[in-house]
Design a protein around this ligand. Structure first.
Ligand code: 4NP
Length: 167
């Protein structure tokens, strides 16, 4: 773990950037906002099929049920520049990790390694109905919170200086 380096940016990566990684992004952004942290959070997909699209309806719905609005998120494809621009690159499943490594990401993290014993977050794109999305949401929520805990991001991250001045 890069415990000596201040973590100030996290990128969550799945396949399409329309189901799972937008949820991880929203959950992480919520933690950042609630704790007034200075951490950039984004998400992307390894594939390009859905670039420019908003998250899938069921991800928007489960986010909304958890008081998160992802309706204005737009899918994008991960780029090599991301590997320089983000301190942590976090894949949602092991195929995302393999794809990231193929395009030159040297040390992607697996989200399921944070509180879920290395399990893949299942791809809900072909799920029948909504129910599976609540399971996926809850798994992502657990793992993102655990990631913030394991990297001590809440206690060690620099508080947003602009917000701080306004207080
Ligand atoms: P995501 O889900 O990786 O969680 O955004 C998928 C979205 C689209 C496809 C696969 C997975 N697709 O094959 O188009």
């Amino acid at each position: 773990m890069e415990s000596n380096k201040q973590i100030s940016s996290i990128l969550f990566v799945c396949l399409g950037n329309i189901c799972r990684s937008p949820l991880a992004e929203a959950i992480a952004r919520d933690i950042v906002a609630k704790h007034n942290l200075y951490i950039k959070v984004d998400s992307a997909g390894t594939g390009s099929w859905h670039v420019g699209e908003t998250p899938c309806e069921n991800s928007q719905k489960v986010a909304f049920q958890n008081s998160l609005d992802i309706s204005n998120y737009k899918a994008r494809q991960v780029t090599k520049k991301d590997f320089q621009n983000f301190d942590l690159i976090v894949g949602l499943d092991s195929s995302n990790i393999a794809n990231l490594k193929k395009i030159g990401c040297q040390n992607p993290l697996l989200l399921g390694d944070f509180g879920f014993e290395g399990e893949d977050v299942p791809d809900p794109y072909f799920f029948d109905g909504f129910e599976g999305f609540t399971t996926v949401y809850s798994m992502i929520e657990t793992c993102v919170n655990t990631l913030f805990e394991e990297y001590n991001l809440i206690s060690t991250s620099i508080t947003n200086p602009i917000q701080y001045q306004l207080k």
